[in-house]
Write a protein that binds this ligand. Structure first.
Ligand code: DQA
Length: 150
């Protein structure tokens, strides 16, 4: 069984970008942490980051095939700023029924009002906000629990 760690725009800049908001760990550090968590949880981990909305949509469509054949548990998804703009990502999650845990490193509700609305949340299986990069691992744990309780 595998989990997809999917990161959207500007998350390739983790560690460089606004460290007070997003911390000092790079995306590679975060992905390594997720792979280590995967070993502990007994799942394999695929990682993808894209700055392009369509590529994120394609990744969700591809994950659907894995969900249907039983090889994929779901996606831990930080959609970055597309969270606040993308009806297309909302539709991709709704249209595929792929279990998605929405993650935000920062507490978006304590920030600018344009970050308070998410198009992803109504389509997500759950949401983890403001717990730093630990949110990715917590999201993985949630997907594993969800699958074992199903
Ligand atoms: C973010 C929050 C978004 O508002 C922002 O656009 C990001 C990162 C977070 O992880 O806190 O790119 O999703």
């Amino acid at each position: 069984k595998s989990i997809l760690i999917l990161n959207g725009p500007n998350l390739n800049l983790l560690g460089i970008r606004e460290p007070t908001q997003y911390g000092n760990q790079t995306l590679a550090d975060v992905e390594d942490m997720c792979r280590a968590a995967g070993e502990r949880l007994g799942v394999s981990v695929d990682c993808l980051q894209s700055n392009h909305e369509g590529e994120l949509i394609d990744a969700i469509h591809k994950a659907r095939e894995g969900v249907l054949d039983g090889s994929v548990l779901g996606i831990v998804f930080n959609a970055g700023a597309y969270t606040h703009t993308s009806v297309a990502l909302h539709d991709a999650i709704k249209g595929t029924d792929v279990p998605v845990i929405e993650v935000h490193i920062s507490n978006v509700h304590a920030r600018e009002s344009f970050r308070h609305h998410s198009y992803i949340s109504p389509a997500a299986a759950g949401i983890i906000v403001g717990l730093g990069v630990d949110g990715y691992v917590l999201g993985m744990e949630a997907l594993v629990r969800r699958a074992t309780q199903a």
